[in-house]
Design a binder for this molecule. Sequence first.
Ligand code: SAM
Length: 374
Amino acid sequence: MQKDTCDKFNICGGCSLPLSYPEQIEFKKKLLYSLFGADIPLEASVKQPGYRHRMDFVYYDGKLGLRAGRWDKVLDIDHCLLMPEEANELLSRVRSFVFDFPYYDLKTHQGFLRYVVIKSTLHKSAIQTMLCMVVSATCSNFNALINKLQEHCKKLLNETHHLKSVHFLLNNTKSDVSFGDLLFHIGDRYIVQDILGKQFFVGPNTFLQSNIFMIDKLYSFILSNVNSSTVLDLFCGIGTITLSINKVRDVVGVEINKESIELANLNKAHNNIPNVEFVNQDAFTFLRDLVKGKLKFEKFENIIVDPPRAGLSKRFLRYLNDCEAKRIIWVSCNPKNLAQSIGMLTNYKLSCIKAFDMFPNTKHVEVVAVLDRI
Ligand SMILES: C[S@@+](CC[C@H](N)C(=O)[O-])C[C@H]1O[C@@H](n2cnc3c(N)ncnc32)[C@H](O)[C@@H]1O
């Protein structure tokens, strides 16, 4: 994003790369070169503003927006160019009633509304939106407040064609997170993302790649490098990669989040895909038990890993190095961590690597590394 396109330019922290798009690509290429010591092909985003799946707006001290540096300073945001226009329309409609509600006070740990999360997906070339209201019951009049909030959201649902689903999530903990236990929802339970001809249900607390216009490109590259019919997909989320692998004999997806696994199974049934099994477990425990021969599964010839930004732990990498898969496909949104850790896979050599701009206007970049057993 550049100075002339956004009045919150360089202040709100949402966009961290104040450059034109061609300059952003050059910046990321140089970054990748500095990390890997080689030119890495980088696929530019097909859409730069308006690409983002999810935005979390904190509600604090009479403001709805993003934290500008400090945890207790929130910058009011009424429009964000990272989100599709439909999501911005929703944000502006939410802002017309949200300030009537008490905010959750992070100092006293008392209050009601904590976060407003807006999720967008692409289904049949149209944007669908989901609204998540993250609330706390640490206030005296919770029932009256939630009923009033629900009334506003019902009206919104009736009047906004792209808004398909509203979830009310409860976070009574002191943790400042924009997720929560499912209280109830109105409208549809899920929104739908189309990926490579299949349809995936997306939930309020589940992960989807951040650039909804680039998922097909990222996954096409991953899938073009799958060279076996026995595949283990670790950190599988709602099963989007797992279920996109065609002509498989045995595919297993492993994911720690229960809601994601429930959706993965729903997505499997909806897309009518046999030969895929989902396991709700910590990926490290699964991998360790697999290497130790403690599981019912035989060895997998391909292993896909797509961990959260923190990356893979040393003990995880030790087991991965011993897993005997003929190919590992490592999907990473943290290229620095990937570059530092890849050398630990001493039984593998890097066969190819490609980057995808899943995060225009930010310094982040997604990298897929394909490693073959020596
Ligand atoms: C970067 S996302 C990738 C999801 C999926 N591959 C996709 O493309 O949508 C990482 C996923 O790992 C899950 N996760 C985090 N820690 C985990 C763990 N220890 N074991 C298994 N899954 C984990 C998260 O819930 C999240 O769904």
